[in-house]
Each structure stands twice: as C-alpha cells, then as structure tokens.
Design a protein around this ligand. Sequence first.
Ligand code: NDP
Ligand code: MG
Length: 385
Amino acid sequence: MKEKKNIAILGSTGSIGTQALDVVRANPTMFSVEVLTGNGNVDLLIKQAIEFNPNAVVVADETKYQYVKEALNPHDIKVFAGKKAIAEVVEMDSIDLVLTAIVGYAGLESTLAAINAGKQIALANKETLVVAGELVTKLAKEKGVNLYPVDSEHSAIFQCLAGEFHNPIEKIYLTASGGPFRGKDREFLSTVKKEQALKHPNWDMGAKITIDSASLMNKGLEVIEAKWLFGLKAEQIDVIVHPQSIVHSIVQFTDGSMKAQMGLPDMKLPIQYAMAYPERIKSDFPRFNFINYPQLTFEPVDTKTFRNLALAFEAMNKGGNAPCVLNAANEVAVEAFLKDKIGFLQMSDIVEQCLQTIDFIAKPSYDDYVATDKETRRKALQLLN
Ligand code: NDP
Ligand code: MG
C-alpha cells in the first residue's frame, strides 16, 4: 500500500483551508494532516484539530494561545503561537507537502521557510509570488521544490501542460468571470458598497479575494502569479472575460493548437489536484453538463473601468519591488473598503499613488521586500486620511 502524504495546511480555517480538509476527509487513506494553522477563528481551529489529530497546531494570533492550548490539552497535539512559529513548524521532517492558504503578504515568510526546508508546495497564497516571485521561484529551483498551483486558472494551465513540459508556450489566456460588476461603468462603481462587492456570481471565497475579484485586482495578481509559475513574458499573458467560469484557462502552443481545462467552478478540484499530483483522485463532485450551458461566452476585459488590471500589468513590466508595492497598497485599500472607509474606485487610486511614489528598487533582496511592504502600507494608510 502507498504511504499517506503528510500535509501541513497553513490557513486551515479559511475558504481554501476548509476545502482542503474536505479533500482529506474524503480521502483518509491518501492524506494525513500533520500541521494546521489559523489566526482569529480559533474555535474552528480547535474543532479541526480534534477531528484531524495533527502533530502540531499554530495560532498566528498570540493572544489566543492560552485558549487553544487549554482546549487541546486532553489531546496529544503540540500547540504554538505567532508568525515565527508557523515558519518554524513547516520545517518538521514528517511533512511532505505544505498547502499555503494564508491570505496576503502574511503568507510570504512561512512559504519561504517551507521551500527552504525542501517541502513540496501546493500554492494558494498568490500574493507570495506577486510580492517576491523572483526570490521564491529561484529558491524553489535551488531546493528542488515544485510549486503546484491551487489557483483554478493556474491549475488549469498546469493541467494543460501535462505531457507538454518541453513544448514552448506561445501564449496563455487566463479567464476571468468579470465579477459582480461586469458591464458596469465608473459612475455605478463609485456608489457600490461592500455587501454588493462580496457577492461573487460563481465562487464562494474569503473576503479579500472576493473584493479583489470584483475590482479585477485578483486577475492582475494572477497575471503576475502566472508569469512566475510558468516563466512567461508579459506579452504571453492575456486575460479574457468568461462569465460562466467553466473554461478555467487556456494554453496556446507554438503550432497554434490551444488546450483548455474545463469543469464546474469548485475549488476542491484544483486543491485536490495540487495535493495528489501526479495522480487524479476519483471524486463525486458534480459534473459539468453541456446541455445546462448551451452558451459559453467570451468578451474582452474593460481595463478602462477596472484599472487594477492595467496597474498590475504596469507593475509587472516595471519589475523589481513594484509588484510588492502594488500588493501592499491593495491589501490596505481592500481592508479600508471592507471597513467602509473608502469607496470602491478609491482602491485603484491608492494603488496607483503608491506605485508612483514609493522608491523603486530594481533588484530587491528579501529585506528590501519587507521594507517596501512596510513603507507602502504606511503611505497607503496616510492616503486614507
Ligand atoms: P480566507 O480569508 O478565507 O482565509 C485566510 C486564512 O489565513 C485563514 O485561515 C486565516 O485565519 C488565515 N490568516 C489570516 N490572516 C493571517 C495572518 N496575519 N497570519 C496567519 N494566518 C492568517 O482566504 P481564502 O481561503 O479565500 O484565500 C487564501 C489564499 O488563497 C489567498 O491568498 C487567496 O488569494 C488564495 N486563493 C483563494 C481562492 C478561494 O477560492 N478562496 C481561490 C484561489 C486562490 P482565521 O480565519 O483563523 O483568521
Ligand atoms: Mg483564481
């Protein structure tokens, strides 16, 4: 019998994390959970720990340590707290694969630590590649670590590349649903509230990525993510709006042939593909039926209305620490929008102003990224007031 894969799930209490645990629950002979981490949602973290009996649990929020420790006292589970502890537990010998499902820049340090320790990575935390793609991919190469994409578009590209790794890519098309505000103009967008932005038509996700999807920043982050994952140039990456979210992305090869990966929108599929690679696991997920979708449609993306995508391309072309600036400014802007402090369109304004004013560093070190993130947050917070 094959040995189980021991998995560390960073961000197990989130949307991706809980769905990853659904995959483990459905395949108990294939996976075992070695580490779980959460931040504020400690009751769920405790519940997960009792069900999956990991070796260790880390709560990022140190003020919650005592509460988690006491709850897990009767169980043989180690409990740690703090950001540093997440970056330390991923080094445990017993871990085979680390699923990085913490949201935002907060996931960078632990992802780098896991790669440094030679762990295979199922990568959900796209911000890691946006902030420090060059550093992360270089380290992964040095350590012989594979980065298996969890993001549905990148999983689609990865699946299309199976058996094609030596054939050059001419171009990829990342599909975008267009989000809840597809077809709307700037006047309409100037009035929208978080409740509207949080209603994604096809996907049920964490709050930050749902806002990013509504503003198209998510697609911008994904363009940069694709550049690093697949070693592409800007002109090889195109975005096409596909409101049904059935075609998850497309690869075009140098002979003109195009391969697409399709399926109903359900993150469990790409999560499980990344966890089980190179195997495909039999599942009972609902199947796509062509007759229910007689029309799959495609349209160009409106970057005049949704400026974030253009800003992301600009940051990617500029390179250096510019994508790190883009990401940090966006994280602050999204948080402010979620707290009703700024309007929907102001999010792009903040990102643009930070890109224009933060000092450019062409070849940033890890410390430069940390400093850029900090400085950009300071600037973005200033712009809020
Ligand atoms: P959620 O907000 O649902 O979950 C985020 C997770 O990270 C939670 O476990 C949360 O803990 C934890 N967390 C939050 N802040 C910190 C912190 N400062 N330190 C440590 N842990 C923290 O996000 P999603 O699951 O939606 O997204 C996770 C990542 O996956 C993102 O990078 C996103 O872009 C990417 N992704 C998500 C998709 C989706 O369908 N959801 C699709 C494609 C990519 P707690 O809840 O306990 O506070
Ligand atoms: Mg995606």
